[in-house]
Design a protein around this ligand. Sequence first.
Ligand SMILES: NC(=O)c1ccc[n+]([C@@H]2O[C@H](COP(=O)([O-])OP(=O)(O)OC[C@H]3O[C@@H](n4cnc5c(N)ncnc54)[C@H](OP(=O)(O)O)[C@@H]3O)[C@@H](O)[C@H]2O)c1
Length: 312
Amino acid sequence: MAMLIKIIKFYGRFTLSFTAIGFFFRSLLWPRFSPDFRGQIWLVTGASGGLGKAIVAQAAAAGATVLAVARSSAKLDALVKAYGAGVAPMTADLSLQRDTQRLVEDIVRSGRKIDVLVNNVGSLLNDFSLTSEGRETSFATNILNHFLLTERLIESSVLKNDSVVINMSSGGMYNAPLMIAKMNVTDPKRYAGVFAYAVHKRGQAELTKYWSATYGPRGMKFYVMHPGWADTEGVERSLPRFHKVLNLILRDGRQGTETAIWLAATRPDREPGGFWFDRKIRPSHVYPATMVSKDTPAGLADYLRGELGKLT
Ligand SMILES: NC(=O)c1ccc[n+]([C@@H]2O[C@H](COP(=O)([O-])OP(=O)(O)OC[C@H]3O[C@@H](n4cnc5c(N)ncnc54)[C@H](OP(=O)(O)O)[C@@H]3O)[C@@H](O)[C@H]2O)c1
């Protein structure tokens, strides 16, 4: 009963705001802007579908060269066909540390320097699975390899000192505190997909604070945002009932990613590590219980570094 009340309260609170309805009314008040990304190189993960694809489309239309990363080369080829030669496909499975390392090596070898990194890839997996490297798949995809990719690109000076990093989190993070011990649940009996996703998404927000504090002084800007609720294959696959009930009012990809494009174009200085949604910093917590944690952003970074160190 308590769970049912929590769910009703959650949807009561967020349905108007997170769907296309909230986007429509908020956007009436926004000043128009025309992004100009000519001369910039973007790296977008999870680029061949859903929100990643919408980001690629908008960045390429505004003149950026976009390195688009996903697993399926067929889907990436379709992306190039749709958005032109400014899109450079790069295949990698970002649930795998070795593939992520190989991706970084390929980028370093290419000599390209990156202006905007969008850590977009992520999934909510209802069914437990382990990667071939022995990690719970959503942990590896949603946060561990974001950390690896970002840190290696910084270490190798591929991310420019005036670059922007945008981490695509989720309102789902409202359901978990920072909990390092629950990041990589490798026992199927203890795995719960929705909660694991919330823990990873909270982790992305906390990592953004760590990166802002550590690399911000160099001039890099780190943002974490959520897209609201958008109609994507990922949502349809992971939350079929939610999708069935709400699909008529879900955001489209452009609406879900408008804030990412706006952040990259305007680079606001407000509250480093703040949680952005629809061009504004929103509360990072809506439940008092998630504010309590013995873990810290720097502790999370240490943990992820240690986890990566296990595989040589
Ligand atoms: N849609 C929403 O309402 C919503 C709400 C809150 C947060 N988000 C967040 O927004 C991000 C994008 O969500 P989405 O709904 O657009 O997802 P999606 O529809 O599932 O699209 C995922 C994209 O990522 C790629 N991908 C998946 N696994 C990959 C892997 N292991 N390595 C490389 N690429 C991979 C997929 O292409 P391939 O299959 O070809 O690899 C596809 O291009 C996620 O981080 C999600 O948590 C979305």
